[in-house]
Design a protein around this ligand. Structure first.
Ligand code: PMP
Ligand code: GLN
Length: 410
């Protein structure tokens, strides 16, 4: 194994996908929908796949992004970011948001550069930064004391801790809002604090906004690139997999100023070069369809959040009935749950893992047949204990609603 990947051999996904295949639990682990994607979206894919009048749709497309898709993305995002996005220069399409993150990190991080990550973080950020030669500097969100229920907005950064993470070696700040795994939707004040420090230290910002359409009122998604002085230094990442509940299509994108997108293009052209034309064309047509009904309550970009809010509330109620404590998410489709009130029921010692959230998540998968993800996978080594009392459940799945109906024994 190349040295740059030494220490990154383990991934929670490979292990927990295996466990799910072996023990057949109710799978609330990896984040994906277990119901049919919107009909117009799959129909677009079928139409494109079968089209013999446009044979070139079965061939390579423009490397930096299929033209119809980057134009549709420009139409979607231009009004949201308050500027006319140049579809050829300020947008790039990628193999899922994963590849957009990879291109942004590899296109900007040099050996020795520091990259600030907010913990818990989507786990791939850390190995990508390390492989690029960068040094992750991790600052944790901490749940503040609350009376009554806990919301993801109660998970906060300490400003002094945030400020102390910046040094003259800081190159990049990675921000994920809405946040996986807490569901936090960063507020204007919180974003302004981060923006202030990025400008002060001349730092780039990578905004992972793949859950942008899944925000539950009264929370409001604010795009970091729209804050004063932030467009110039921000790359924003999105995902068709999350937008249309088609994670298997692996189409993602990024937008930002031309000079930063150019750097991503260089990584992309030396990596995969171009991504699946058929899926890009289908995503483009699907976005055009949504654009035509953008103000309708049926628009999938709006109806998905409505549907998810209902599911979120059902999961919150179910979790509370077990005695566990949910952090009620304001966005995304994950929920962090404090399982420690159930610890007396669980034989943690049956599992040899070091971290108790791994012991809990594995024991539950095997014995209770409910799978969640242990969140210490989303913390750097020195901070893994902060995830110890939690498990992450994904609530987009219809299987859990069905399971609740027949009676779930947590
Ligand atoms: N960022 C976050 C925060 C995620 O949760 C995920 C998982 N889907 C990704 C990026 C990767 O998205 P994609 O499936 O489009 O590669
Ligand atoms: N984003 C999804 C999750 O957090 C899938 C992650 C993955 O497959 N690596 O569960």
């Amino acid at each position: 194994l190349a040295l740059k990947y030494k220490g990154s051999e383990y991934t929670v996904w490979a292990e927990f996908i295996e466990l799910a295949a072996k023990y057949h639990p109710l799978n609330l682990g990896q984040g994906f929908a277990d119901f049919a994607a919107p009909g117009h979206v799959t129909r677009c894919l079928a139409d494109v796949a079968l089209s013999d009048d446009q044979p070139l749709l079965q061939q390579y497309s423009r490397g930096y992004g299929h033209v119809r898709l980057v134009s549709a993305l420009s139409k979607i995002y231009s009004p949201l970011v308050g500027r006319e996005l140049d579809s050829r220069k300020e947008l790039i399409t990628t193999a899922g948001a994963y590849e957009a993150l990879f291109c942004a990190i590899f296109g900007h991080v040099n050996p020795g550069d520091e990259v600030i990550l907010i913990e818990p973080f989507f786990d791939c950020y850390e190995p990508m930064v390390r492989a690029a030669g960068g040094k992750p500097v991790c600052i944790p969100l901490r749940p503040v004391e609350t009376i009554g229920s806990v919301s993801s907005k109660d998970w906060k950064l300490n400003f002094e801790e945030l400020e102390s993470a910046f040094t003259k070696s800081t190159k990049l700040f990675i921000l994920n809002t809405p946040h996986n795994p807490t569901g936090k939707v960063f507020t204007a004040d919180e974003l302004e604090n981060i923006a202030f420090l990025c400008k002060k230290w001349n730092v780039l910002l990578l905004a992972d906004e793949v859950y942008e359409w899944m925000v539950y009122q009264p929370a409001k998604h604010i795009r970091m690139c729209t804050l004063p002085g932030m467009w110039e230094r921000t790359i924003t990442v999105g995902s068709a997999g999350k937008t249309f509940s088609v994670t298997g299509w692996k189409i993602g994108w990024a937008y930002g100023p031309e000079n930063l997108v150019k750097n991503m293009q260089v990584v992309h052209q030396n990596n995969v070069n171009s991504v699946n034309t058929v899926a890009q064309e289908a995503v483009a047509r699907s976005l055009e369809y949504e654009l035509a009904r953008i103000d309708s309550p049926d628009c999938y970009l709006v109806s998905l959040a409505r549907d998810l809010k209902g599911k979120r509330d059902i999961l919150v109620k179910t979790i509370m009935e077990t005695g566990m404590v949910p952090t009620i998410p304001e966005g995304g489709y994950f929920m962090l749950v404090d399982w420690s009130p159930l610890a007396y029921k669980v034989k943690l010692d049956d599992e040899p893992d070091t971290h108790k959230d791994f012991k809990f998540a594995k024991w539950m998968t095997k014995n209770v047949k409910i799978q969640g993800i242990p969140p210490s996978a989303f913390y750097s080594f020195p901070h893994k204990e902060l995830g110890g009392n939690y498990v992450r459940y994904c609530f987009i799945k219809v299987s859990f609603i069905r399971a609740i109906r027949v009676g779930l024994n947590w």
